[in-house]
Design a protein around this ligand. Sequence first.
Ligand code: SF4
Length: 186
Amino acid sequence: MNRLVEVGLNKGNPKRLGADILVLKDNYEEVFDMYVHFRELNIYPMVCTFIPCGRTSIERQRKRFDVTDEMKIALWNKIYEWNAEHGIRFEGVSPFAGGHVCTQLRYALYISIRGQVYGCPGELFHIGAMVGKGKRTLKDIWEGVSKNRKYLCEPRIKSISLPKELETKVLEVMKEKYSGAIEGDE
Ligand code: SF4
């Protein structure tokens, strides 16, 4: 990372570098500082919790590394407060703390080679089949799924990787302290 910065790859807009920061028990205390550090370097910080995919589709595995709901809510609040103090526009509560909202949910589909259709990510959320009994066209399956309007990652919420009350708790803080920052936001 230092070398990339040395040669100036962190300069310019839109950003060209990003840092994927997974929130874990082991690094929890450092995450906020990393977020600020990368913001100051003009590197996009992507602070997120597990997605239920691969090994972490097993709840037991997630629990080994995951932090509590309270810790996640506190971290999200701290990051959004920092954003508000530094003039970073609030788009809505994102699964990527302080970052852009996810616009893929319900628009990005995973289609298996067996004609099964899943929502994001992986094979956890079956939403239809293009083969066999009850088969439908991909267009029908896609149009029949309720569109995500809140942009918070449903797979993460359903798998307890993001707290259900994250959005309301963060909005409470944002409305109370930084109403200007969320004006006009739905
Ligand atoms: S729905 Fe969740 S897992 Fe899928 S792209 Fe969005 S943030 Fe990522």
